[in-house]
Design a protein around this ligand. Sequence first.
Ligand code: CA
Length: 398
Amino acid sequence: MFRLPIFNFLLSLNRHKLYLELLFLQYKLKMKANSFILKLILVVSASTCISIASNIVFAQDAGKSSISKSTLTNTPNKFTVIAHRGASGHLPEHTIPAKALAYGQGAHYLEQDLVMTKDNQLIVHHDLTLDATTNVAMIFPTKARADGHFYVIDFTLDELRQLSVHERKKDTGEMKYPARFNNSVTPFHLHTFEEELALIKSLNKTTGRNVGIYPEIKSPWFHHQHDKDISLVVLKALKTSGYLNKEDNVYVQSFDSNELQRIKRTLLPSLGMDIKLVQLIAYNDWQETKEKVNEQWHNYDYNWMFEVGGASQIASYADGIGPWFPMLVDDNLSPSTLLSDAKKAGLAIHPYTFRLEDTPQQFESFEKWLRYFTGTLGIDGVFTDQPDRAISLLLQNM
Ligand code: CA
Protein backbone atom coordinates (compact mmCIF):
# COMPACT_ATOMS: atom_id res chain seq x y z
CA MET A 1 0.00 0.00 0.00
CA PHE A 2 1.48 3.35 -0.99
CA ARG A 3 1.82 5.90 1.76
CA LEU A 4 1.45 9.62 1.13
CA PRO A 5 4.16 11.80 2.70
CA ILE A 6 1.45 13.46 4.75
CA PHE A 7 1.05 10.26 6.76
CA ASN A 8 4.65 10.34 7.93
CA PHE A 9 4.23 13.99 8.66
CA LEU A 10 1.14 13.40 10.80
CA LEU A 11 2.96 10.72 12.75
CA SER A 12 5.75 13.17 13.44
CA LEU A 13 3.18 15.60 14.75
CA ASN A 14 1.63 12.98 17.01
CA ARG A 15 -1.60 13.19 15.04
CA HIS A 16 -2.08 9.46 15.35
CA LYS A 17 -5.85 9.55 15.34
CA LEU A 18 -5.98 11.49 12.08
CA TYR A 19 -3.35 9.18 10.68
CA LEU A 20 -5.37 6.10 11.51
CA GLU A 21 -8.53 7.63 10.08
CA LEU A 22 -6.79 8.45 6.85
CA LEU A 23 -5.23 5.02 6.67
CA PHE A 24 -8.65 3.45 7.14
CA LEU A 25 -10.13 5.68 4.46
CA GLN A 26 -7.28 4.72 2.17
CA TYR A 27 -7.97 1.04 2.79
CA LYS A 28 -11.73 1.35 2.20
CA LEU A 29 -11.24 3.30 -0.99
CA LYS A 30 -8.61 0.96 -2.30
CA MET A 31 -11.16 -1.84 -2.17
CA LYS A 32 -13.37 -0.23 -4.73
CA ALA A 33 -11.64 2.57 -6.61
CA ASN A 34 -9.13 2.49 -9.38
CA SER A 35 -5.76 3.82 -8.38
CA PHE A 36 -5.87 7.16 -10.18
CA ILE A 37 -9.17 8.25 -8.66
CA LEU A 38 -8.08 6.80 -5.32
CA LYS A 39 -4.95 8.90 -5.24
CA LEU A 40 -6.89 11.98 -6.24
CA ILE A 41 -9.46 11.51 -3.49
CA LEU A 42 -6.76 10.77 -0.97
CA VAL A 43 -4.75 13.85 -1.69
CA VAL A 44 -7.90 15.94 -1.37
CA SER A 45 -8.70 14.21 1.92
CA ALA A 46 -5.16 14.77 3.06
CA SER A 47 -5.56 18.48 2.45
CA THR A 48 -7.41 18.82 5.74
CA CYS A 49 -4.35 17.51 7.49
CA ILE A 50 -2.02 19.68 5.45
CA SER A 51 -4.19 22.56 6.56
CA ILE A 52 -3.55 21.68 10.20
CA ALA A 53 0.15 21.76 9.49
CA SER A 54 -0.19 24.91 7.45
CA ASN A 55 -1.89 26.74 10.25
CA ILE A 56 1.07 25.99 12.46
CA VAL A 57 3.73 27.33 10.16
CA PHE A 58 2.38 30.12 8.01
CA ALA A 59 -0.53 32.36 7.23
CA GLN A 60 -2.56 31.09 4.28
CA ASP A 61 -3.33 34.55 2.98
CA ALA A 62 -0.56 36.38 1.15
CA GLY A 63 -2.30 39.62 2.04
CA LYS A 64 -1.34 38.97 5.64
CA SER A 65 2.28 38.10 4.95
CA SER A 66 4.94 40.70 5.53
CA ILE A 67 7.06 41.83 2.62
CA SER A 68 9.00 44.31 4.70
CA LYS A 69 11.05 41.41 6.06
CA SER A 70 14.00 41.88 3.76
CA THR A 71 16.65 40.63 6.13
CA LEU A 72 19.04 38.18 4.55
CA THR A 73 17.99 34.77 5.69
CA ASN A 74 18.14 31.46 3.96
CA THR A 75 15.23 29.99 5.84
CA PRO A 76 11.90 30.80 4.28
CA ASN A 77 9.23 30.09 6.85
CA LYS A 78 6.37 31.83 5.17
CA PHE A 79 5.51 32.29 1.51
CA THR A 80 2.42 31.88 -0.58
CA VAL A 81 2.16 28.91 -2.94
CA ILE A 82 0.14 29.63 -6.07
CA ALA A 83 -0.61 26.52 -8.11
CA HIS A 84 0.27 27.65 -11.64
CA ARG A 85 -2.52 26.30 -13.89
CA GLY A 86 -3.18 23.76 -11.10
CA ALA A 87 -0.72 21.00 -10.28
CA SER A 88 0.35 21.33 -13.91
CA GLY A 89 3.63 19.51 -13.32
CA HIS A 90 1.62 16.38 -12.59
CA LEU A 91 -1.56 16.52 -14.70
CA PRO A 92 -2.60 18.42 -17.87
CA GLU A 93 -2.83 22.13 -17.07
CA HIS A 94 -6.14 23.82 -16.27
CA THR A 95 -8.13 20.61 -15.97
CA ILE A 96 -10.38 19.89 -13.01
CA PRO A 97 -8.17 16.95 -11.89
CA ALA A 98 -5.09 19.24 -11.98
CA LYS A 99 -6.95 21.73 -9.76
CA ALA A 100 -8.19 19.07 -7.32
CA LEU A 101 -4.68 17.68 -7.06
CA ALA A 102 -3.18 21.13 -6.36
CA TYR A 103 -5.83 21.70 -3.74
CA GLY A 104 -5.01 18.38 -2.10
CA GLN A 105 -1.30 19.14 -2.21
CA GLY A 106 -1.92 22.14 0.01
CA ALA A 107 -1.60 25.08 -2.41
CA HIS A 108 -2.80 28.38 -0.95
CA TYR A 109 -4.11 29.72 -4.25
CA LEU A 110 -5.22 28.05 -7.49
CA GLU A 111 -4.60 30.00 -10.69
CA GLN A 112 -7.17 30.38 -13.47
CA ASP A 113 -6.29 31.84 -16.88
CA LEU A 114 -9.49 33.13 -18.45
CA VAL A 115 -10.48 33.41 -22.11
CA MET A 116 -13.92 34.14 -23.61
CA THR A 117 -15.84 31.92 -25.98
CA LYS A 118 -17.84 33.03 -29.03
CA ASP A 119 -20.98 32.90 -26.88
CA ASN A 120 -19.43 35.01 -24.10
CA GLN A 121 -18.63 32.27 -21.59
CA LEU A 122 -15.41 32.29 -19.56
CA ILE A 123 -13.31 29.19 -19.90
CA VAL A 124 -10.20 28.32 -17.92
CA HIS A 125 -7.51 28.06 -20.56
CA HIS A 126 -4.05 29.59 -20.94
CA ASP A 127 -3.70 30.30 -24.65
CA LEU A 128 -5.94 32.36 -26.92
CA THR A 129 -5.68 29.35 -29.22
CA LEU A 130 -6.50 25.68 -28.70
CA ASP A 131 -3.71 24.11 -30.75
CA ALA A 132 -1.14 23.18 -28.10
CA THR A 133 -3.33 21.44 -25.52
CA THR A 134 -6.41 20.01 -27.27
CA ASN A 135 -7.42 17.77 -30.18
CA VAL A 136 -9.22 20.66 -31.92
CA ALA A 137 -7.55 20.03 -35.30
CA MET A 138 -9.03 16.54 -35.34
CA ILE A 139 -12.56 17.49 -34.21
CA PHE A 140 -13.01 20.78 -36.10
CA PRO A 141 -10.46 20.62 -38.95
CA THR A 142 -12.10 23.44 -40.93
CA LYS A 143 -12.29 26.01 -38.15
CA ALA A 144 -8.70 27.28 -38.23
CA ARG A 145 -8.09 30.90 -39.19
CA ALA A 146 -5.89 31.92 -42.11
CA ASP A 147 -2.87 31.84 -39.79
CA GLY A 148 -3.50 28.14 -39.21
CA HIS A 149 -4.53 28.53 -35.54
CA PHE A 150 -7.79 27.62 -33.81
CA TYR A 151 -8.99 30.47 -31.58
CA VAL A 152 -11.09 29.90 -28.46
CA ILE A 153 -13.08 33.02 -29.33
CA ASP A 154 -14.33 31.40 -32.57
CA PHE A 155 -15.92 28.47 -30.70
CA THR A 156 -19.08 28.17 -28.62
CA LEU A 157 -18.93 26.53 -25.21
CA ASP A 158 -20.86 23.53 -26.58
CA GLU A 159 -18.21 23.07 -29.28
CA LEU A 160 -15.37 23.41 -26.78
CA ARG A 161 -16.91 20.74 -24.60
CA GLN A 162 -16.40 18.26 -27.45
CA LEU A 163 -12.62 18.63 -27.22
CA SER A 164 -10.17 16.50 -25.26
CA VAL A 165 -7.32 18.16 -23.38
CA HIS A 166 -3.82 16.73 -23.31
CA GLU A 167 -0.43 17.67 -21.92
CA ARG A 168 1.08 20.71 -23.67
CA LYS A 169 2.80 19.97 -26.98
CA LYS A 170 5.19 21.91 -29.20
CA ASP A 171 4.35 22.83 -32.80
CA THR A 172 6.23 19.69 -33.82
CA GLY A 173 3.80 17.53 -31.83
CA GLU A 174 6.39 16.53 -29.23
CA MET A 175 5.65 16.94 -25.53
CA LYS A 176 6.83 20.34 -24.28
CA TYR A 177 7.94 18.69 -21.01
CA PRO A 178 8.73 15.07 -21.97
CA ALA A 179 8.78 13.71 -18.41
CA ARG A 180 5.26 14.87 -17.62
CA PHE A 181 1.95 13.03 -17.52
CA ASN A 182 1.34 11.37 -20.85
CA ASN A 183 -1.44 8.99 -21.66
CA SER A 184 -4.20 9.20 -24.21
CA VAL A 185 -6.57 6.98 -22.22
CA THR A 186 -7.62 9.08 -19.23
CA PRO A 187 -10.12 11.75 -20.37
CA PHE A 188 -9.54 15.45 -19.69
CA HIS A 189 -11.72 18.35 -20.78
CA LEU A 190 -12.04 22.13 -20.76
CA HIS A 191 -14.23 23.70 -18.10
CA THR A 192 -15.74 27.08 -17.25
CA PHE A 193 -14.65 29.60 -14.61
CA GLU A 194 -17.98 29.07 -12.87
CA GLU A 195 -17.35 25.32 -12.66
CA GLU A 196 -13.92 25.83 -11.11
CA LEU A 197 -15.16 28.41 -8.61
CA ALA A 198 -17.84 25.95 -7.52
CA LEU A 199 -15.21 23.21 -7.09
CA ILE A 200 -13.02 25.37 -4.87
CA LYS A 201 -15.95 26.67 -2.86
CA SER A 202 -17.20 23.12 -2.23
CA LEU A 203 -13.73 21.85 -1.27
CA ASN A 204 -13.28 24.80 1.09
CA LYS A 205 -16.54 23.78 2.71
CA THR A 206 -15.67 20.10 3.08
CA THR A 207 -12.08 20.66 4.25
CA GLY A 208 -12.58 23.78 6.34
CA ARG A 209 -9.75 25.49 4.47
CA ASN A 210 -9.86 28.81 2.70
CA VAL A 211 -7.93 28.24 -0.51
CA GLY A 212 -7.90 31.35 -2.68
CA ILE A 213 -8.29 31.98 -6.38
CA TYR A 214 -5.86 33.82 -8.67
CA PRO A 215 -7.64 34.54 -11.98
CA GLU A 216 -5.74 36.10 -14.90
CA ILE A 217 -7.63 38.13 -17.45
CA LYS A 218 -5.93 37.01 -20.66
CA SER A 219 -5.16 39.62 -23.32
CA PRO A 220 -7.94 42.16 -22.65
CA TRP A 221 -6.81 44.03 -25.80
CA PHE A 222 -7.54 40.94 -27.94
CA HIS A 223 -11.00 40.61 -26.41
CA HIS A 224 -11.64 44.34 -26.99
CA GLN A 225 -10.69 43.82 -30.63
CA HIS A 226 -13.53 41.27 -30.75
CA ASP A 227 -15.97 43.60 -28.94
CA LYS A 228 -15.79 41.60 -25.72
CA ASP A 229 -15.29 43.28 -22.34
CA ILE A 230 -13.68 40.32 -20.60
CA SER A 231 -12.68 42.30 -17.50
CA LEU A 232 -16.25 43.30 -16.78
CA VAL A 233 -17.45 39.71 -17.28
CA VAL A 234 -14.74 38.36 -14.93
CA LEU A 235 -15.51 40.91 -12.22
CA LYS A 236 -19.25 40.21 -12.40
CA ALA A 237 -18.53 36.47 -12.02
CA LEU A 238 -16.37 37.19 -8.97
CA LYS A 239 -19.07 39.38 -7.47
CA THR A 240 -21.66 36.65 -7.98
CA SER A 241 -19.34 34.22 -6.16
CA GLY A 242 -18.91 36.59 -3.22
CA TYR A 243 -15.40 37.92 -3.94
CA LEU A 244 -15.96 41.58 -3.17
CA ASN A 245 -13.15 43.26 -1.28
CA LYS A 246 -9.51 43.05 -0.25
CA GLU A 247 -10.20 40.70 2.64
CA ASP A 248 -11.52 38.09 0.20
CA ASN A 249 -9.10 35.43 -0.91
CA VAL A 250 -8.59 36.54 -4.50
CA TYR A 251 -5.97 38.29 -6.62
CA VAL A 252 -6.91 39.37 -10.14
CA GLN A 253 -3.87 39.49 -12.43
CA SER A 254 -3.23 40.89 -15.87
CA PHE A 255 -0.29 41.87 -18.08
CA ASP A 256 -2.32 44.86 -19.28
CA SER A 257 -1.56 47.95 -17.18
CA ASN A 258 -4.12 50.14 -18.96
CA GLU A 259 -6.82 47.56 -18.28
CA LEU A 260 -5.81 47.13 -14.62
CA GLN A 261 -6.07 50.89 -14.16
CA ARG A 262 -9.50 50.85 -15.78
CA ILE A 263 -10.50 48.01 -13.44
CA LYS A 264 -9.22 49.86 -10.37
CA ARG A 265 -10.59 53.29 -11.20
CA THR A 266 -13.78 52.56 -13.14
CA LEU A 267 -15.04 48.98 -13.10
CA LEU A 268 -14.51 48.04 -9.43
CA PRO A 269 -16.09 51.25 -8.06
CA SER A 270 -19.05 50.89 -10.42
CA LEU A 271 -19.60 47.32 -9.14
CA GLY A 272 -19.13 48.28 -5.48
CA MET A 273 -16.03 46.08 -5.26
CA ASP A 274 -12.38 46.59 -4.28
CA ILE A 275 -10.36 43.39 -4.65
CA LYS A 276 -6.60 42.85 -4.83
CA LEU A 277 -4.95 43.38 -8.23
CA VAL A 278 -1.60 42.14 -9.54
CA GLN A 279 0.40 43.67 -12.40
CA LEU A 280 2.09 40.96 -14.41
CA ILE A 281 5.29 42.15 -16.04
CA ALA A 282 6.70 41.17 -19.44
CA TYR A 283 9.63 42.21 -21.58
CA ASN A 284 8.67 44.23 -24.64
CA ASP A 285 9.99 41.72 -27.13
CA TRP A 286 7.50 39.09 -25.91
CA GLN A 287 4.77 41.17 -27.60
CA GLU A 288 2.50 40.25 -24.70
CA THR A 289 0.22 43.29 -24.69
CA LYS A 290 -1.07 45.81 -27.19
CA GLU A 291 -2.53 49.24 -26.56
CA LYS A 292 -4.57 51.52 -28.79
CA VAL A 293 -2.93 54.87 -29.52
CA ASN A 294 -4.54 57.21 -32.05
CA GLU A 295 -6.81 54.39 -33.27
CA GLN A 296 -3.79 52.15 -33.95
CA TRP A 297 -2.78 49.07 -31.93
CA HIS A 298 0.85 49.19 -30.73
CA ASN A 299 3.07 46.88 -28.72
CA TYR A 300 2.90 47.99 -25.06
CA ASP A 301 6.12 49.46 -23.62
CA TYR A 302 6.88 47.92 -20.18
CA ASN A 303 10.21 49.73 -19.66
CA TRP A 304 8.85 52.26 -17.13
CA MET A 305 8.08 49.43 -14.70
CA PHE A 306 11.79 48.60 -14.35
CA GLU A 307 12.89 52.18 -13.70
CA VAL A 308 13.21 53.89 -10.31
CA GLY A 309 9.70 54.98 -9.33
CA GLY A 310 8.03 52.39 -11.58
CA ALA A 311 6.95 50.17 -8.71
CA SER A 312 5.43 53.04 -6.76
CA GLN A 313 3.47 53.98 -9.88
CA ILE A 314 2.17 50.39 -10.07
CA ALA A 315 1.23 50.65 -6.38
CA SER A 316 -1.20 53.46 -7.27
CA TYR A 317 -3.53 50.87 -8.85
CA ALA A 318 -2.29 47.39 -7.87
CA ASP A 319 -1.50 45.44 -4.70
CA GLY A 320 1.24 43.27 -6.13
CA ILE A 321 3.47 42.41 -9.07
CA GLY A 322 3.91 39.17 -10.97
CA PRO A 323 7.32 39.48 -12.66
CA TRP A 324 9.23 36.78 -14.50
CA PHE A 325 11.62 35.61 -11.75
CA PRO A 326 14.88 36.75 -13.49
CA MET A 327 13.55 40.34 -13.43
CA LEU A 328 14.05 40.37 -9.65
CA VAL A 329 17.81 39.86 -9.74
CA ASP A 330 20.85 41.25 -11.51
CA ASP A 331 23.65 39.16 -13.01
CA ASN A 332 25.10 38.46 -9.53
CA LEU A 333 21.73 37.34 -8.20
CA SER A 334 21.52 40.52 -6.11
CA PRO A 335 18.13 42.28 -5.86
CA SER A 336 17.21 44.31 -8.94
CA THR A 337 15.79 47.84 -8.86
CA LEU A 338 12.36 46.34 -9.50
CA LEU A 339 12.61 44.09 -6.44
CA SER A 340 13.95 46.77 -4.09
CA ASP A 341 11.42 49.33 -5.27
CA ALA A 342 8.50 46.90 -5.12
CA LYS A 343 9.34 46.14 -1.49
CA LYS A 344 9.57 49.83 -0.66
CA ALA A 345 6.22 50.41 -2.37
CA GLY A 346 4.64 47.69 -0.23
CA LEU A 347 3.71 45.52 -3.20
CA ALA A 348 3.25 41.76 -2.86
CA ILE A 349 5.87 40.05 -5.04
CA HIS A 350 4.72 36.83 -6.73
CA PRO A 351 7.13 35.85 -9.54
CA TYR A 352 6.42 33.19 -12.16
CA THR A 353 7.15 30.33 -12.84
CA PHE A 354 8.94 27.96 -10.47
CA ARG A 355 8.87 24.92 -12.72
CA LEU A 356 10.99 21.92 -11.81
CA GLU A 357 12.15 21.48 -15.40
CA ASP A 358 13.31 25.11 -15.57
CA THR A 359 15.49 25.10 -12.44
CA PRO A 360 18.34 27.53 -13.29
CA GLN A 361 21.83 26.08 -13.50
CA GLN A 362 23.05 28.30 -10.64
CA PHE A 363 20.94 26.29 -8.20
CA GLU A 364 21.64 22.67 -7.34
CA SER A 365 17.97 21.86 -6.88
CA PHE A 366 14.45 23.18 -7.25
CA GLU A 367 14.34 23.58 -3.47
CA LYS A 368 17.53 25.66 -3.38
CA TRP A 369 16.10 27.86 -6.09
CA LEU A 370 12.92 28.35 -4.05
CA ARG A 371 14.92 28.94 -0.88
CA TYR A 372 16.98 31.65 -2.50
CA PHE A 373 14.01 33.63 -3.74
CA THR A 374 11.72 33.18 -0.75
CA GLY A 375 14.42 33.23 1.94
CA THR A 376 17.41 35.27 0.82
CA LEU A 377 15.54 37.66 -1.45
CA GLY A 378 12.45 37.67 0.76
CA ILE A 379 9.78 37.52 -1.92
CA ASP A 380 6.44 36.47 -0.55
CA GLY A 381 4.87 34.10 -3.03
CA VAL A 382 5.59 31.92 -6.06
CA PHE A 383 3.70 30.61 -9.04
CA THR A 384 4.74 26.99 -9.35
CA ASP A 385 3.85 23.95 -11.44
CA GLN A 386 4.90 21.78 -8.47
CA PRO A 387 2.91 23.07 -5.46
CA ASP A 388 3.67 19.82 -3.60
CA ARG A 389 7.42 20.55 -3.63
CA ALA A 390 6.91 24.13 -2.43
CA ILE A 391 4.58 23.04 0.38
CA SER A 392 7.10 20.36 1.41
CA LEU A 393 9.79 23.02 1.66
CA LEU A 394 7.57 25.09 3.95
CA LEU A 395 6.83 22.09 6.15
CA GLN A 396 10.53 21.25 6.45
CA ASN A 397 11.13 24.63 8.03
CA MET A 398 8.77 24.18 10.93
CA1 CA B 1 -1.34 32.90 -15.98
